[in-house]
Structure formats: C-alpha cells, structure tokens
Design a protein around this ligand. Structure first.
Ligand code: SF4
Length: 229
C-alpha cells in the first residue's frame, strides 16, 4: 500500500488522530444520510465525463446534462470533436454559459487527446491539467470517477462551504481546503467524500436557507447549528 501522501506533489498539513476520527465520523454520517450520492453529470465513457466537467464550469449539472444528451449523440468519439469545427460543437451547447470558449476547449482538448494519447483520456493529473479548460478540480473529477484514482478531493462551492461549517478547514482557497481534507480523510474515501458533501450541500446545507435545525449531522457537527448534541 502506498504511504499516505507519499506520491503527492505537496506535503499535507499535520493533523491529530482526534481530528481524523471526527472527520471519519462526519463522513460515516454523510454516507448514511446520502447512500445514493454519486456524480450527477451524465456520462458513459471517460472522454464524456471529461468534456461534461469542462462544460460544468460556472454552470449547473442539470444544464450540462440537458446539453450533452445531444452533444454526445452528435459526436460519439473523441476524433469527432477533433475533426469538427469549434462552431459545429458550439451549436450543441448554446444553452451553456461561455459556450463559444467551451467549444474551443473541447475541440482543442480532443485534438491533443488524439495527438498525444491515442484518443484516450490520460490517467495522470499532470497530463489532464495540460488540456485546455482543465484545472485540478476537473482532473480530480475525471480520475476519481472514471478511473477510481484518488489523487485529490474535488472542492466545489458546496464542499468548500460545508468543510468550513463542519470545522474541517480554516483555509480560504480551494487548494488549501483540498489539502486539509486530504490530510483528514482516508485516501480511499476522497472521491465519495466530495459526492456526499455535494449531496448534503444541495439538499440540506443550501447556500441560503439551510435546514440547520432539522438535520442531525448539522446539529452535531456544524458550527452554525443552534444546538449541539
Ligand atoms: S447547520 Fe445549517 S449551515 Fe450548518 S451544515 Fe447544516 S444546514 Fe449548513
């Protein structure tokens, strides 16, 4: 077994066994509350998840799924995006914000996948973040969900908000929050941890009008809850 964090490009912050045990209890409670937590983007092949995640920047999963139904039917393979013009790709994602830029990202990413990776999606973070429109968060989504590889934790707006409210981090940047979560949670949980937090964030701890008094996890672990068990 790889030593925790031994292959990571940065050192993880120090944690205590008490903090790690508390983190594990939070994740256990989230797993019990959201047994159906999963990636809410629709995809079947790794390149579809990669492209859907690129499209999801500043856009809801629901809106992405609405657009990718037609997009994936029109362009079944990576080579189809590489051979099409960005304008032709853009026709299928007009309902998505920044669609012209995102169509260019998909076109160029597909060209690079054909040129450097035989049309496959690479399974290394460094190779993924070399693609246009792909930063660390997107790479984590693809590696964790398409390949079962945990090299980081996906930190979106929900994960960021809940991590702070549950007292798991004081960091204010996505990478700082990610490092704190990586240090606190067992590596094999990283991918599902973010799905569970996103489910909780969408259904319970909404950005506005969270169900603070009604949820046992919140009452027990959130600094904003009115009462503590
Ligand atoms: S108590 Fe309220 S603010 Fe805290 S996690 Fe729950 S819903 Fe969110």
């Amino acid at each position: 077994m790889t030593k925790r964090g031994a292959d990571l490009p940065f050192a993880l912050p120090a944690t205590t066994s008490t903090a790690r045990a508390r983190a594990r209890r939070i994740d256990d409670a989230l797993a019990k509350a959201h047994p159906d937590a999963h990636c809410e983007l629709q995809w079947h092949e790794p390149h579809q998840l990669l492209f859907a995640t690129i499209l999801s920047a500043q856009c809801t999963d629901v809106a992405v799924n609405r657009a990718t139904t037609g997009l994936f039917a029109a362009f079944p393979k990576v080579k189809d995006y590489a051979q099409a013009s960005p304008e032709a790709i853009g026709e299928h994602i007009k309902t998505i914000g920044l669609h012209r830029n995102k169509a260019k990202f998909l076109h160029r990413a597909a060209q690079l996948l054909m040129q450097d990776h035989q049309g496959d999606v690479p399974q290394e973070l460094e190779a993924l973040v070399a693609l246009p429109g792909v930063a660390r968060k997107t790479a984590n989504v693809v590696l964790g969900n398409a390949f079962g590889i945990n090299v980081g934790v996906v930190v979106d707006t929900h994960v960021s908000r809940l991590s702070t409210r549950f007292g798991l981090t004081k960091a204010t940047t996505p990478l700082g929050i990610e490092k704190d979560l990586m240090a606190l949670f067992p590596r094999e949980r990283w991918c599902m941890l973010s799905h569970r937090m996103i489910f909780h964030g969408r259904r319970v701890c909404k950005a506005r009008h969270g169900l603070c008094h009604e949820d046992s996890i919140c009452r027990r672990y959130c600094s904003q809850a009115a009462s503590v068990e």
